[in-house]
Design a protein around this ligand. Structure first.
Ligand code: PLP
Length: 373
């Protein structure tokens, strides 16, 4: 038995890159180098001029290609991240009533935002235990179904399908899934996310892939007389996005890092390439946990296990927080569980930027730490 403070993981076991956080997540060195290369003509220049607008266009066109968006789908963006998009959606995507699948911290927050909006009817909320996901059911009077592709707080992933026979819009919080998980765009009307997860950039921006029906909803609600603060006005965002701009000043570095990652994905085989990297990491990590004497996947149903954010429970005899602390002291960062879940577990991001070999090295490092505690 050694004091956790004294444990030095052998260098040959350690991952080459120690970033396993679920957001902000690992940014590849090549993205940072590309930003440094362009810095003198890009950073600190007007976001209304062609240099920055061309980068925004690269992001919008790159995302349309990556997701193979059907004719008529549009890529919208604005400042404020996903949390801001939820508020915008309560103004200009939900007409009267939404239905929410609530199965963790993030999915419950959009439900709460809709419930608090005085101009909407009380939403219908279908909840399930942490570590599982509920299923959407077609419901009269619901004009927007709010799904979450990957619940980052619990490591539960669900397949995106329109509820059978539903005529409402399908809006998907894909913040931690987009770019790391396959999806069929004909199954959603609005697939929204932020760039600090699978897109390996920084936070502060939201992006939304919108079907013609979602665009029509935005335009109809914008003309409906419903009071909407300009910052949450999706019609304002739509008009600006079409000009490759945002309503107010965006973080230019975020846009540049995001463009690099989208281009990297597209040049290497698109979404299948990116999702394939995450799937390979997930295979490594879950196989390790299932074979381990002290760890097991938190999500019981293999079909609901996330391929981008894994949660691994530890037996009572092994304190996951101590393991995470030792890892951190050895340069392996952000394996702590989602704070409000309160379980004896580690959470490990497996976004496309993260090398599957580093996930294997992480497993070996955890084995070493537990063996030496
Ligand atoms: C991280 C995350 C959010 C919050 O994103 P912000 O950009 O910080 O607002 C929302 N939903 C999911 C599923 C997330 O993973």
């Amino acid at each position: 038995m050694s004091s956790p403070d004294a444990l030095v993981i052998p260098t040959d076991l350690l991952p080459r890159d120690g970033r396993f956080g679920s957001g902000p997540s690992k940014v590849r060195a090549a993205q940072v180098e590309a930003l440094a290369h362009d810095a003198a003509t890009f950073l600190g220049t007007s976001h209304r001029q062609s240099t920055v607008r061309a980068k925004v266009a690269e992001v919008r066109e790159g995302l349309a290609a990556l997701f193979d968006l059907p004719e008529g789908y549009e890529v919208l963006l604005g400042n404020g991240g996903t949390t801001c998009f939820w508020d915008a959606a309560t103004f200009q995507l939900i007409e009267r009533k939404s239905q929410h699948l609530s199965f963790g911290e993030f999915s419950s927050k959009f439900a709460a935002a809709a419930a608090a909006a005085p101009h909407l009817e009380a939403p219908s909320v279908i909840a399930s235990e942490a570590g599982t996901h509920p299923r959407a059911v077609t419901e009269d009077g619901v004009d927007l179904y709010a799904l979450t592709h990957n619940e980052t707080s619990t490591g539960v992933m669900m397949e995106i399908r329109r509820p059978a026979g539903a005529d409402g819009l399908v809006a998907v919080d894909a913040t931690s899934a987009a770019g790391g998980v396959m999806v069929d765009p004909t199954e959603f009307d609005c697939y929204y996310f932020a760039p600090q997860k699978a897109f390996a950039a920084d936070g502060g921006l939201w992006l939304a892939l919108c079907s013609p029906a979602a665009v029509a909803r935005i335009e109809a609600l914008a003309g409906s007389g419903r009071w909407t603060p300009a910052f949450f006005d999706l019609k304002v965002a739509l008009d600006n996005s079409r000009l490759n701009q945002t309503y107010n000043t965006p973080a230019l570095a975020t846009i540049h890092l995001l463009a690099s990652q989208v281009t990297w994905m597209n040049e290497n085989g698109g979404l299948a390439f990116a999702a394939g990297r995450s799937s390979r990491s997930a295979e490594i990590l879950y196989s390790w946990a299932e074979a381990s004497a002290f760890a097991r996947p938190f999500v019981a149903d293999p079909a609901q296990r996330s391929s981008v954010v894994a949660t691994v429970d530890f037996v009572d005899e092994v304190d996951a927080a101590t393991v995470a602390k030792v890892l951190r002291r050895n340069g392996v960062l952000d394996t702590e569980p989602y704070r409000k879940l309160g379980r004896n577990q580690l959470r490990v991001a497996m976004f496309p930027a993260i090398d599957p070999e580093d996930v294997a090295a992480l497993c070996a490092s955890i084995n070493w730490v537990v063996g030496n505690l």
